[in-house]
Write a protein that binds this ligand. Structure first.
Ligand code: GAL
Length: 835
């Protein structure tokens, strides 16, 4: 049985409207619509839902993007293990109807998936159209041959994430990125078919546009391909056209444009151009494709590092996995934007999409916000790191997946480097990885290898040749960008380095070997693709702060009863370093183009150094709920021009306890600390290798105050007071007005405070949330990496005084009231408008 006709109309009708911005650019023929709404979903083992007559009326109705794993409970026995986030896997089905009343025999319908994790099979009216194993790649299918153009069509999608572990981190489960449906004529611009290559010389931009045209219809066609370059003000600044004969199945043409005085894309002014490509036959526009791009120059110099538009810039980057904390892997533009804003405010100028092609929205945001990107293809090649990972599919799919990543992403000005892999085991000749438990994969990856496993001399082994093959695939589709790979074997005999195929030498960790790069890799430019791996729990401080904890101290299971790592910069994975140690090397090494810190945000999975119940990472500079850890401000003091004065920890200790106070500052010569008005001394960063100042003091209740001075004049002050008993709840939304579009989010910080509004740093009150208005609670969190509370519910315990509730607007404008209550605390209600 099929769903009711109302639902068919409401959710499935393919309404023919052109996107507004297409119209704005005079590009009207194409139709590409978000097709996220109104899918039926069920978790089930059998394959019956592929049949079009299958009755799905009892299934849950939902909108994509969707991640079913994040809705579940943490459980030690979930097959992903704590490294995968200890959340459920399984097999899920999505179904939706497409009703057509189509008279045009030549029209073509293509269904596009930005990404689904994983092993996706798409059926149309019961027939398998295609399968795609890689859960991070975008893919599409031409549905036309399977469709009834005058009737009701059933699209059924099986997403199978039951074979686990298949990742070293949390991936989510389901169609977790957007889905689009497009309609075109039978002659069209191929998907990702326009490649804009820009060059700038003496202030003049030269654009080459390579355009692939598909003509699957069989008949030879004479068409004009008209391409226009639009500036931000929607004015055409250059155009070109060519008339050509297109035989089946298609052809590629090249056109050129000159752009006088182009506005360059840069970090401070990320100027974007739009290019429209129209296919015109007998005066009729048959198809129109739109891409966005930027004009800029990028160079890696052997001695001086990275240059953007001729300016020498240190790449101050972070690695990010794809999950959005309590929202899981389901992509949400507001959540992603919030992450990137926080990164930018810290001074980050680059993102490494570790270790897979990201959601397109991330690249769009980086383009428009002025962030550089290293786009990465794989975490493993032929040799696996986990039992069911990509190595199973590599032989069959790697070429296609790599090609598709480059084709999809190559017009983004933000992308400055391609990475063909992360710490792939092909760096060496042999590995014993297959026999290692998941929680120890990382340890194995980062242990130094027996050099005997490396090929000596000039000969290249198969792994080196494979590197050449993969790099050649990338160059075939994008000859403009340089290629690297995250390498944790830093010997020049590493097969990847030895292949000669990597343009930029890159190290993961091994910061002490950076000094040897010029002699080990003469004539090569250099970057640190992954660094630090410091371990921190927001709000927790392990003293004395000048003791360094390098964890795990042995193979996992490694335990430490608190399940916490220290927020002083004094705890790190033993293959990593403190933040200050690596930054000091990167900062003072001109030939090091920069680094990507592991990681910007905490992510679900890989709870190094612990195991279950820990289930999310400790590596982030910001915790999973989005609350910065203290070291965030060290980078802010180094990487931005904002004045920074950050003293920590809090000031709630036991009377007489010895407490270490640290302070990050900039734009000042010295800082003086006062405890209840008594000076504890003046401190200065005495040389260019120091990044904080510290005092060891005896706690007494009251207040600590730091006073920063420049040339003897006070330039900033900060005070922390001892908080009294928890008294009330404070709610602070990041946005008071959101859009009534069903997706817009407000992230509300929830703090337990004393009667004077001081944060109670030890508070663990359980807080209950309720809502009125057209909205829902999309998730709750508190940043604890070992809390086993659900993410998708309406209550959360405070962790070191704080938690988070995320509101998601409905589709009707309304005034949303959020109330937070807890036993013994005065409640609070706030209003958020959705319009
Ligand atoms: C690296 C690896 C990352 C992450 C990190 C944790 O070796 O590339 O994916 O596992 O270690 O320190």
């Amino acid at each position: 049985m099929k769903t009711s006709s109302y639902l068919l109309f409401r959710y499935s009708c393919f309404v023919v409207i052109s996107l507004l911005w297409f119209c704005g650019l005079g590009c009207k023929a194409s139709e590409r619509h978000l097709w996220d709404e109104g899918w039926r979903f069920s978790l089930r083992q059998d394959d019956k839902p592929q049949q079009s007559a299958f009755d799905d009326s009892a299934w849950r109705l939902l909108d994509l993007p969707h991640d079913w794993a994040i809705e579940g409970d943490f459980y030690a026995q979930n097959p992903s293990g704590a490294n995968g986030g200890a959340l459920p896997g399984g097999k899920g089905w999505y179904r939706k109807h497409l009703i057509l009343h189509e008279n045009d025999a030549t029209s073509r319908y293509v269904l596009h998936f930005d990404g689904a994790y994983m092993n996706t099979s798409v059926f149309v009216n019961g027939t398998l159209v295609g399968t795609r194993p890689y859960g991070f790649i975008s893919f599409s299918y031409d549905l036309t041959p399977y469709l009834d153009k005058q009737g009701d069509n059933v699209i059924a999608v099986k997403v199978d994430n039951s074979q686990q572990p298949n990742s070293r981190w949390y991936t989510g489960c389901g169609i977790y990125r957007h889905v689009y449906l497009s309609k075109s004529t039978d002659i069209r611009v191929a998907e990702w078919g326009v490649h804009a290559i820009s060059k700038v010389k003496k202030g003049i931009g030269n654009l080459t546009l390579n355009t692939q045209i598909e003509n699957p219809g069989g008949r030879s066609r004479r068409v004009t391909v008209r391409q226009k370059l639009w500036n931000k003000a929607h004015q055409v600044v250059a155009q070109t056209s060519k008339t050509c004969k297109v035989e089946a199945p298609g052809t590629t043409i090249s056109q050129h444009m000159r752009v006088q005085k182009p506005q360059l894309w840069s970090l401070s002014s990320p100027y974007l151009y739009t290019i429209t490509t129209e296919i015109i036959e007998n005066g009729r526009v048959l198809d129109c494709d739109t891409i966005t791009t930027g004009i800029r120059t990028v160079a890696f110099d052997v001695a001086k590092g990275f240059f953007l538009n001729g300016e020498n810039i240190k790449i101050n980057g972070v690695c990010l996995h794809g999950d959005l904390g309590c929202l899981g892997a389901a992509i949400n533009e507001d959540a992603l934007y919030r992450q990137l804003v926080m990164m930018k405010e810290m001074g980050v100028n680059a993102i490494r999409c570790s270790h897979n092609p990201p959601a397109p929205e991330l690249l769009n945001l980086c383009d428009s916000m002025g962030l550089l990107v290293m786009d990465e293809a794989f975490d493993s090649w032929m040799q696996g790191k986990t039992a069911y990972d990509y190595s199973i599919y590599f032989k069959t799919w790697a070429e296609r997946d790599l090609r598709d990543m480059v084709l999809r992403d190559r017009n983004h000005p933000s992308i400055i480097l391609w990475s063909i892999g992360n710490e792939v085991l092909e760096q060496w000749n042999k590995t014993k990885n297959a026999t290692v438990a998941l929680e120890n994969v990382n340890i194995l990856l980062n242990n130094s290898r027996d050099k005997a496993t490396l090929t000596q001399g000039d000969s290249l082994n198969l792994n080196a040749k494979l590197t050449q093959v993969l790099a050649a695939i990338v160059r075939r589709y994008d000859p403009t960008r340089l290629i690297t790979a995250g390498c944790n074997e830093v010997s020049p005999d590493n097969n990847l380095f030895k292949s000669g195929a990597l343009d930029v030498i890159s190290f993961n960790y091994h910061q002490k070997k950076v000094k040897d790069v010029p002699q080990d890799f003469p004539g090569k430019s250099f970057i640190m693709t992954e660094t630090v791996s410091a371990l921190q729990t927001r709000g927790y401080y392990r003293m004395p702060s000048d003791s360094l904890y390098r964890w795990p101290t042995h193979k996992r299971p490694f335990t430490e009863p608190s399940f916490m790592c220290s927020s002083y910069d004094n705890c790190c994975a033993y293959w990593g370093s403190t933040h200050e140690q690596t930054w000091d090397i990167v900062k003072h090494t001109p030939y090091c183009s920069g680094q990507f810190i592991w990681t910007g945000f905490d992510y679900i999975g890989e709870p190094t150094p612990f195991n279950f119940p820990a289930r999310s990472s400790y590596f982030g500079l910001i915790d999973l709920a989005g609350f910065p850890k203290d070291t965030y401000y060290m980078y802010q003091s180094e990487w931005t021009k904002k004045p920074v004065l950050h003293v920590f920890p809090h000031w709630n200790w036991i009377e007489g306890q010895t407490v270490d106070l640290w302070c990050y500052y900039n734009q000042a010569d010295e800082v003086e600390l006062f405890v209840n008005g008594k000076s504890q001394g003046v401190r200065r960063k005495s040389n260019e290798h120091e990044y904080h100042v510290a005092w060891r003091v005896t706690f007494e209740p009251g207040e600590v105050r730091v006073v920063a001075r420049k040339n003897g004049k006070v330039v900033a002050e900060k005070t922390r007071r001892t908080a009294g008993a928890p008294h009330h709840i404070r709610l602070t939304p990041n946005r008071k007005v959101i859009k009534a579009n069903g997706r817009s989010l407000s992230f509300v910080t929830v703090e337990v405070v004393d009667k004077d509004g001081n944060l109670c740093p030890w508070a663990e009150n359980n807080i209950l949330f309720s809502l009125t208005g057209n909205a829902k609670i999309a998730g709750v969190d508190n940043g604890s990496p070992f809390s086993l509370e659900r993410f998708q519910t309406n209550e959360r315990r405070a962790f070191f005084g704080k938690c988070l509730v995320v509101l998601q607007a409905g589709r009707t404008p309304s005034t949303i009231q959020l109330t937070a209550k807890s036993v013994d605390l005065a409640p609070q209600t706030i209003e958020i408008i959705s319009e």
